[in-house]
Write a protein that binds this ligand. Sequence first.
Ligand code: DX5
Ligand code: ZN
Length: 221
Amino acid sequence: MRSVIIAPSVLTADFGRLSEAAAAVYAAGAEWLHLDIMDGVFVPNISFGPEMVRALRAATPALLDVHLMIHNPDAYLAGFAQAGADRISVHVESGPHVHRTLTTIRDLGKKCGIVLNPSTHQDSIAYLLDYVDLVLVMSVNPGFGGQKIIPAMLEKVQRVRDMVDGRPVEIEVDGGVTTQNAASIVEAGATVLVAGSAVFNGGPAAYAQNIAALKRCRQLS
Ligand code: DX5
Ligand code: ZN
């Protein structure tokens, strides 16, 4: 039995104190830290780049789970790898040759993930499953924290689990995860839950309680 992994997304944390937030959520029980990279083109928001990843690498021993919401990710992979990313995930919609992108990430010595936007069919990754360490199912349209989950994504998570079919691939769900819906998401097949608002709301005093509440939702068999 393994407990579900909680990956707090710092997008909802205080940007003036990101290093402190990164250290605090690790101390509060989160093994991964989810870093949302946005370029203002692939999504209608801009967040931060490799230098912030480097700063957070120095602030926490947590596994750094980098989610690239950018066009032309190939040009930036080495930069994020050198900055200290442990995992790098790219969207299937980010370009026509994502297999090459995924292979490049592995050649850089990092784990790779493939991400599905809500409107993208799971069949689009059918030929990629032997080349990834993680499938990230977006449960909101990417760009912003604090949105409501799109309920139909639970069925997509189930279908991805069936497709993964026992491969050593994590299934991560990102967007609108709360203590109310976490159990159903894990039941559908998620092994990693990204949580921004559900971890950071309430401030540092609430982190440990928030993370524990999300983890309690269900043990993985
Ligand atoms: C959305 C990001 C998410 C987001 C999650 O584009 O990929 O990681 O920060 O935030 P919550 O948990 O608040 O929906
Ligand atoms: Zn994300």
